[in-house]
Design a protein around this ligand. Structure first.
Ligand code: PRP
Length: 218
């Protein structure tokens, strides 16, 4: 029998919305997946030809791009940031909706911030951020953080941040306001291009998710 396919899912908020979609595709992880005391990172699946790994969102893209996992679910923000040629994102799952936005302290003059020709931005997305500001003729020095971006302006690390916004609560609670939206984000099914060509199970998986989202839209 061939090796099981590895399906990568992100820790965090997308997962709660992704699990029901995965279940409709027959991807139900073993019960240990939900056991908070269990430190395993790889789980058996109801479908015996698949296993599920749970990693950070950015690492989902890396595992799939390098073929260590053949498929997975990740936000379009992560796909855009990496721009890996081996990643193919054929299905918008219509879950995990949020936006990637620029924000500044409430008391900062928005005019002042946008007119500067050189600015410092704290973000998890240096590539997207750099490109976006470049299009506005602004040279952005990006300070890479892995979380808690909202702290950067008040502590003098950066004048602006680029981060995901969903309800807007985190920005508000940290005295920040949005000044621009870089992109709307939703979760996508991603597959490794080489695996898609060589393993019919990957193509079948794409068709299954495609059919599911078409049903949802109907
Ligand atoms: C994300 C994001 C913001 C927050 C926005 O962080 O980085 O901090 O959610 O959501 P809101 O607009 O609904 O307040 P998350 O909680 O996913 O954790 P992370 O910082 O570890 O990515």
């Amino acid at each position: 029998m061939s090796e099981p396919l590895t399906f990568a899912v992100p820790k965090g908020r997308i997962l709660d919305e992704a699990l029901p979609v995965m279940a409709r595709a027959g991807l139900v992880p073993e019960s240990a997946f939900h056991d908070k005391g269990n430190r395993s990172l790889s789980f058996a699946c109801e479908r015996s030809d698949m296993r599920i790994i749970r990693v950070r969102a950015f690492d989902v893209a890396t595992f799939v791009a390098f073929g260590a996992a053949q498929a997975g679910i990740v936000g379009s923000d992560v796909i855009e940031e990496f721009d890996f040629s081996e990643l193919y994102a054929p299905v918008d799952l219509d879950i995990g909706h949020c936006r990637l936005s620029v924000a500044v302290p409430q008391d900062a003059s928005a005019g002042q911030a946008s007119k500067a020709s050189h600015i410092r931005v704290a973000t998890k997305y240096p590539n997207i951020t750099h490109r976006w500001f470049e299009q506005q003729g602004v040279q952005a020095e990006c300070i890479k953080l892995n979380g808690a971006m909202e702290l950067a302006p008040s502590l003098g690390l950066a004048g602006q941040i680029v981060d995901l916004v969903s309800s807007g609560r985190t920005l508000k609670d940290n005295g920040l306001v949005e000044t621009g939206t870089i992109m709307q984000v939703s979760a996508r099914l991603i597959v490794n291009r080489a695996a898609l060509k060589t393993d019919p199970r990957v193509a079948a998986l794409v068709e299954t998710f495609r059919a599911l989202t078409a049903q949802e839209a109907a």
